[in-house]
Design a protein around this ligand. Structure first.
Ligand code: ZN
Ligand code: ZN
Length: 341
């Protein structure tokens, strides 16, 4: 059977191998999934078996955004019944990047539900998960698991805000109001920035407005009104025209932070703007200390994650949830409810 056929057959089994019967590895705990959420990365793997140039070698359970309840603490400090946020970055703790505190750039790290880790590690879209205790962040009582599943994607958004240097009082433009753009908006608003958001889809712009941004529907306004207005642009669409909008909308010496999940492609971008305005263009990949920052934001209850949630599906309907995401008409994050959710 070709790998493509194997993967196509596997696509019907998005929810992967269930209850591990083996012993729990040292330093790991066993968990019952509470709530997980869908990411563009999951959709790329589901739709064409690759993401950002990484091709799946064999079937794998998807999912890297989730929270769960501890069912076996396996001798660690965690308590049975405790709700924890799952940090999917299992870094090596000893390479140069790890020693700098940049575990996102650890070249030896393991990441679940991803072709970047070979052999692939099953992701979080399953009922029973074993995970390193050090990557489980227990939360205060009363935190909703429907909100806590946002810890990982919110950490990604906060990393992009940190790379862009977003602070209170700045004018920030977010291009693209998909789930990641919406989280960048909510994070920037929580920091006290003045946020404008643009998207082609009026429904997505509506959610951006509810998240605290001034929203503009592309095509319904003259983009010249954006020219040189912004201290920071967060590019969250991955669409090439949006890069050119970002380069015209940024002020001199402003920063453009790339939050979008860029696929392997060539693009025509107006590089001369980067020269003329001395623009800094910064990449953003996953997160570091922002995971803790995100969990604290969730615990504080300052962001309305219900507004940022498009739809909830039971885990058994994960495939339908991915199809709905692919259709592009679900505005906000799609979440998956486990038995513990
Ligand atoms: Zn993700
Ligand atoms: Zn490392």
């Amino acid at each position: 059977m070709s790998i493509e056929t194997k993967l196509t057959a596997a696509r019907t089994i998005v929810v992967g191998p269930q209850t591990p019967s083996n012993a729990i590895a040292d330093g790991h705990v066993r968990l019952q999934l509470a709530v997980a959420s869908l990411c563009g990365t999951d959709l790329h793997y589901y739709s064409h078996f690759s993401n950002a140039g990484f091709l799946l070698q064999n079937p794998v359970t998807l999912g890297h955004e989730a929270c769960a309840y501890v069912t076996d603490a396996n001798g660690t400090d965690l308590k049975v019944g405790q709700l924890v946020a799952l940090n999917p970055i299992m870094n090596c703790e000893s390479c140069a990047a790890c020693l700098r505190g940049e575990e996102n750039l650890c070249t030896a790290k393991k990441f679940p539900g991803s072709a970047t880790t070979v052999p692939h590690l099953d992701g979080f879209f399953r009922d029973v998960i074993d995970h390193p205790a050090r990557c489980c962040r227990p939360v205060a009582d009363g935190v909703s698991p429907r909100h806590l599943t946002f810890a990982e994607p919110m950490a990604c958004a906060l990393h992009a805000l940190n790379k862009g240097g977003v602070v209170a009082g700045q004018k920030v433009l977010v291009t693209g109001c998909g789930p990641m753009g919406l989280l960048a908006i909510a994070g920037a608003v929580a920091r006290g920035a003045e946020v404008t958001a643009i998207d082609l889809r009026a429904g997505a712009v509506d959610v951006a407005v509810r998240a605290g941004a001034t929203g503009l529907v592309i095509g319904a306004f003259d983009e010249a009104i954006l020219d040189r207005k912004f201290d920071v642009v967060v590019e969250a669409s991955g669409a090439i025209p949006a890069f050119n909008t970002a380069l015209r909308a940024i002020r001199q010496k402003g920063r453009v932070a790339i939050l979008s999940n860029i696929q392997l492609r060539e693009a025509q971008v107006n590089l001369n703007q980067i020269m003329l305005k001395e623009i800094e263009v910064v990449g953003s990949f996953q997160f570091n200390r922002e995971f803790e920052e995100a969990v604290q934001l969730i615990e504080a209850g300052t962001v309305d994650f219900d507004v940022l949630t498009a739809e909830a599906y039971p885990m058994a309907e994960a495939a339908a949830a991915l199809e709905a995401m692919g259709a592009g008409q679900a505005f906000g994050k799609i979440i998956l409810l486990g038995q513990g959710g």
